[in-house]
Design a protein around this ligand. Structure first.
Ligand SMILES: NC(=O)c1ccc[n+]([C@@H]2O[C@H](COP(=O)([O-])OP(=O)(O)OC[C@H]3O[C@@H](n4cnc5c(N)ncnc54)[C@H](O)[C@@H]3O)[C@@H](O)[C@H]2O)c1
Length: 365
């Protein structure tokens, strides 16, 4: 049965953000459906493209490349997500003669989306933007909500803007070439979203193993995640309140990721972070079965549920300082009390010192 696909529309900003999903063009097709159906007004856009995606899909994206007004191919490496790359994109835009009415299309994973969108939001004080996410993580999360940014002095996303895309294109073909580890990174964000606002997504995760996911199930999963995120960011674009819930799993996750010197991938660390943060929530009255339920689902996704080395209290305290929810005394934590019941809790540093070691011990291998 053919899926009935309609646009998702989010009132995040003016103009609204439209999410449009395209069917796969099928094996042997000479182009991607989203490119064949691209409205004329976007055809001569300036393109920022993940270089790996440009290489893998060069043949299918040829017509887009040739009608564009310029192309910047970006290597997706966290150490290149910086102001130098931003400067290179601006210069490339200048060289291509980009004007105020030249739109920008960014095609790639979250890293390219964040950097390319920041270039679009700052060049000539802001250009129209379309995002075509190509990793699962960027499809379910990074493409929507307008956060752009680059790293500075080793700190992630330290400078950035809010510049929501006018159009987001979901084209599932891109997932065919995605390495398994990258797919699993995305699944951690899917589980996070299920926990925050749509427990029904659990059944999609549970019913099927990665290899047997049908394209329709993946699209349903992506759309349901985008609905949860879209509703939250439509209420709180600038992250003054409820948007902080989207950081679930990330407070402990970022600490573990840094402490492991990035041997743990982002998704692996966020998965472990969700277990630890559910254990913290139990201390405040949360569902005591939740840490085990999260572990079970992470195992389904092929993500780790324990680690060898737990960082010491000193390392924890130092790394937590970089968390963007840090306030003058302690931090705001997004804690999962139960499915669809995540709360923002302010913990003082004294409380953190008392509670964290216990919560982290639940991750010990
Ligand atoms: N703006 C937001 O709201 C938001 C939310 C979450 C994460 N992020 C950011 O997203 C970034 C992580 O993004 P990511 O997980 O998508 O990873 P990524 O963009 O770093 O891509 C991971 C790897 O996959 C490759 N790749 C991309 N698409 C591919 C495809 N279709 N086939 C084969 N290879 C492909 C890339 O070249 C790269 O090597 C981080 O920098 C994070 O800060 C932003």
């Amino acid at each position: 049965m053919k899926r009935d696909m309609t646009d998702l529309i989010f009132h995040i900003n003016d103009p609204v953000t439209v999410v449009r999903t395209y069917e796969c063009a099928g094996a042997g097709a000479d182009g991607l459906n989203w490119i064949k159906e691209l409205p004329d007004e976007w055809k001569s856009s300036f393109l920022v493209v993940d270089s790996e995606v440009g290489r893998l899909f060069h043949y299918q994206m040829q017509s887009l490349f040739s009608s564009s007004s310029g192309l910047y191919l970006m290597d997706a490496a966290e150490e290149l997500k910086n102001t130098f790359t931003l400067d290179q994109i601006w210069r490339s835009m200048a060289g291509a003669g980009v004007r105020r009415d030249t739109p920008v299309i960014v095609i790639g994973g979250g890293l390219t989306c964040d950097t390319g969108a920041m270039a679009a939001s700052t060049y000539l004080r802001g250009l129209r933007l379309m995002i075509v996410p190509t990793t699962l993580l960027s499809m379910v999360d990074a493409c929507l909500g307008g956060k752009t940014g680059v790293n500075l002095a080793g700190i992630k996303n330290q400078v950035g803007t809010f510049h929501p895309a006018e159009m987001i294109v979901i084209s599932p073909e891109y997932l065919d070439t995605l390495p398994g580890r990258e797919f699993r990174n995305g699944m951690a964000e899917v589980l996070k979203t299920a926990l925050i606002g749509d427990p029904g997504i659990k059944t999609i995760i549970q019913e099927v193993s990665e290899a047997e996911f049908s394209s329709d199930q993946i699209l349903e999963m992506i759309e349901r995640c985008l609905k949860v995120k879209g509703d939250i960011v439509s209420e709180d674009l600038l992250e003054n309140g409820s948007r902080m819930l989207l950081n679930l799993g990330h407070t402990v996750g970022h600490v573990l990721e840094s402490a492991s010197e990035f041997r743990l991938s982002h998704g692996e660390a966020v998965g472990l972070g969700m277990i630890a943060e559910a254990a913290i929530a139990v201390r405040f009255g949360g569902n005591s079965n939740l840490p085990e339920e999260i572990k079970h689902l992470l195992e389904f996704c092929g993500l780790p549920t324990e680690i060898e080395g737990i960082p010491s209290s000193e390392v924890l305290a130092r790394l937590l300082q970089h968390d963007k929810k840090t306030r003058s005394r302690g931090r705001i934590w997004a804690l999962p009390f139960d499915w669809s019941d995540c709360r923002l809790i302010h913990m003082t540093t004294d409380q953190e010192e008392e509670i964290l070691p216990d919560a982290l011990s639940s991750l010990r291998a």
